[in-house]
Structures are given as C-alpha cells and as structure tokens.
Design a protein around this ligand. Structure first.
Ligand code: PGA
Length: 261
C-alpha cells in the first residue's frame, strides 16, 4: 500500500443528509442547529456529517456548522463551467464561496427526472474536483435492470464513465461513491444486507481495478430508505463507509439518531 494511503480502519464514516427540495432558510437554520446541538458533543471520532440543503439555504446550514470540521455543507447540484451565460445554473466557485465543501453529482432524481446523462455527470465530477469541491458520486440501478441481471454492467458504466478523467490522487482525496438503488429511494424498501454487501463489494473491486490500492481509500456510501432503526446495521456492513439519507434526514431528531447510530 502506498505511503499515506488510508486503510479501512482510519476511514471516517460519512453521514450525509440530502434535503432535496425541502426547507426554507429559516427551517434549514433551525434543523441544522438542532441536529448539531444534539450530536456535536457526543459525535464519535470516526464520523463526519454533511448536509445538502437547497441552494437558498446553504448559508443557513453553513452558519450552524461554521468552525466545526466534522460538520460540513454541500450542494445538491452544480454546473460544469466557471461562469457564463447559463441561466439558472451555479458554478463550483460560487458553491465554494457559499461555504460548500461538497457537491452531490449523478443523483438518480437528476438522471431520471431532470434527464442528466453519464457524459454530463462526468463533466460535473471533473469540474467540481478541479475547483476543489468534494464529490459524492451517486450511482444505482433500476429494479428492471437488477431483475434483468444488468447490475454489474450498470455499476461499471456509471462509475467508470464519471471517473474517466479523475486520476488516482483526485479520486482518493475528493471522491465518495454513493450506491443508491433507484427502487429503494423514497420507497421505504431498503436493500437487504446481501444486496448491499454484494453491490458494495462490486463497486470496491471496480475502484481497485481503476485506481489500484488507493481504490480502498474511496468511501462507498449506501443510500435508499435509510432510517434510524436500520442505519447502524447498514453502516456495520463490509465496504459501507457511510450513508446518504433523504426522507429521514429532514427531522433533526431522526437524522441525529442516524448520525449516532
Ligand atoms: P431516501 O432518499 O432516504 O428518502 O430514500 C435517499 C436519497 O435520495 O439520497
């Protein structure tokens, strides 16, 4: 293993909240303060928290977390350009300026509701990292693809296309992958331990194939109907280095339980 490489034991668990299109500035400020107050003094050493609010509430969350490295703010989307005539879009530099350290890229709602393809996901990944943002790259198969036996092919295509221009050092420092089976997002249908183990092992082997030993230092999160009562057992599985939580992250109490699970 190269000097300085992170081993599985040293890797911090990343517990991420995707608030999607929920919460005004004031709601975001209240929720982020509450979850910070409920967890900060008891946060285990090896954990980091990232909250992804809507753009209009980035600053509200940043204000709650400022000065605390284990609590960070991220954006749910980004446009791959420095600046320009792109009405409605927002650049990596603007996100950094608003206090973001992270961005979500390739979420299934953006792929399937907003029509993003692998090429755009790859551009967003590259631009964000070049600007200095950490990326949670989301990948996941539909139920049809899983039932058709296409899981491995879909994982490989989504992962390797997004990482095509991301070298070893960029990947190990700036990338986390979130495996979110589409059929488990917002449905209450969590993937079972066997399915999570199998898919995370597959993603790990693709990362190691692509980056050698440094592929072991890239965090792989699970997302899809994570709740306070299943978060602990999911995070205890092999190759699960954190969780990405939608619905159950909207209430401070339930997200706090997940952070401490
Ligand atoms: P969920 O969403 O936890 O509500 O299933 C997860 C996600 O979309 O990231």
């Amino acid at each position: 293993m190269p000097i300085g490489a992170i081993t599985g034991d040293e890797m911090k668990k990343l517990i991420a909240a995707n608030w999607k299109m929920y919460k005004t500035f004031n709601e975001a400020r209240t929720t982020s303060r509450k979850l910070f107050d409920a967890t900060e003094s008891v946060l285990p050493e090896g954990r980091e928290v990232v909250v992804f609010p809507p753009f209009t509430a980035l600053q509200a969350v940043d204000m709650s977390f400022v000065g605390h490295d284990a609590y960070q703010v991220g954006a749910q989307d980004v446009y791959p350009a420095v600046e320009g005539a792109f009405t409605g879009e927002i650049s990596p530099h603007m996100l950094l300026d608003a206090g973001c350290r992270w961005v979500l890229v390739g979420h299934s709602e953006r792929r399937h509701v907003l029509g993003e393809d692998d090429a755009l996901v790859a551009q967003k990944t590259l631009f964000s990292i070049e600007a200095g943002l950490h990326v949670i790259l989301c990948i996941g198969e539909s139920l049809e693809e899983r039932e058709d036996g296409q899981l491995a092919e879909v994982m490989k295509r989504q992962l390797l296309s997004a990482l095509e221009n991301i070298n070893q050092n960029m990947a190990s420092e700036y990338v986390a992958v979130a495996y979110e089976p589409i059929w488990a997002i917002g449905t209450g249908k969590v993937a079972g331990p066997e399915e999570i183990l199998e898919t995370h092992a597959l993603i790990r082997s693709l990362l190691v194939e692509r980056y050698g030993e440094l592929g072991h230092s890239i965090r792989i999160l699970y997302g899809g109907s994570v709740k306070p009562d299943n978060a602990g057992s999911i995070m205890g599985l092999d190759n699960v280095d954190g969780v990405l939580v939608g619905g159950a992250s909207l209430q401070a109490a339930s997200f706090s339980s997940i952070i401490l699970a």
